[in-house]
Design a protein around this ligand. Structure first.
Ligand code: IMP
Ligand code: MG
Length: 203
């Protein structure tokens, strides 16, 4: 894993109170290569049957776009949106559906495509909803997996990268809606001035 500073298209915020920095954890070439492998693994598991990808907005958009284009044969996709975060870095544990699918998944081979499995609460919630809708098969593809943080028994069938317990941004993943446009996945560090300010404001 490289620790080089990120030189790319989203500038970390540096103000009097905020000192953010991002260093590359997974460079774009590794992401690309791994997605190609996952796409072929998925196709191999389902022969020539049509596959229906369900992307979880907004973090999974780039992963879904790249994955879908690497899977040979018939692929359709749809999107769902949930909100699960109390603040920018810590989940409230409550998951709420904010946008439902456009079409039925009954009888389809559904692959839920998610940016990251963290506590697993979001995926646990989504799987319980989708299971009721009677798909033929229901699988999970997650670009990133932080197994140390898991509080539910959820696992992904296809995992891009297992990562340590760090807050990551880029390639769709955000901090307060920023950094999604980074081409690499990087670890976000927030300077002391900002942390003190955030703690103080909660009291
Ligand atoms: P979970 O419900 O705790 O598994 O969280 C899943 C969601 O939290 C993901 O879809 C992300 O949007 C967000 N999330 C979890 N960890 C990170 C992270 O390290 N960076 C950015 N977003 C994260
Ligand atoms: Mg998010």
């Amino acid at each position: 894993m490289t620790t080089k500073q990120l030189k790319t298209n989203a500038a970390p915020r540096q103000t009097e109170h905020v000192h953010e920095s991002v260093r590359v954890l997974i460079p774009r070439e590794r992401i690309k290569k791994r997605i190609k492998q996952l796409a072929h693994e998925i196709r191999r598991d389902f022969g020539d049957q049509p596959l229906h990808l369900v992307g979880v907005l907004k973090g999974a958009v780039f992963f879904l776009a790249d994955l879908a284009r690497q899977i040979p044969g018939e692929v359709s996709f749809d999107f769902i949106a949930v909100s699960s975060y109390g603040d920018e870095m810590h989940s409230s544990g409550q998951v709420r559906l904010t946008r439902d699918l456009d079409s039925s998944i009954e009888g389809k081979i559904v692959i839920v495509v998610e940016d990251i499995l963290d506590t697993g609460m979001t995926m646990h919630y989504l799987l319980s909803i989708f299971q009721q809708r009677k798909p033929l098969h229901l699988r999970v593809a997650a670009l990133l997996d932080k197994p140390e943080r898991r509080i539910t028994a959820v696992q992904a069938d296809y995992v891009g990268f297992r990562i340590p317990n760090e807050f990551v941004v880029g390639y769709g993943l955000d901090y307060a809606e920023r950094y999604r446009n980074l081409l690499d996945v990087g670890i976000l560090t927030i300077g002391k001035a900002e942390k003190r300010k955030r703690k103080g404001s909660k009291k």
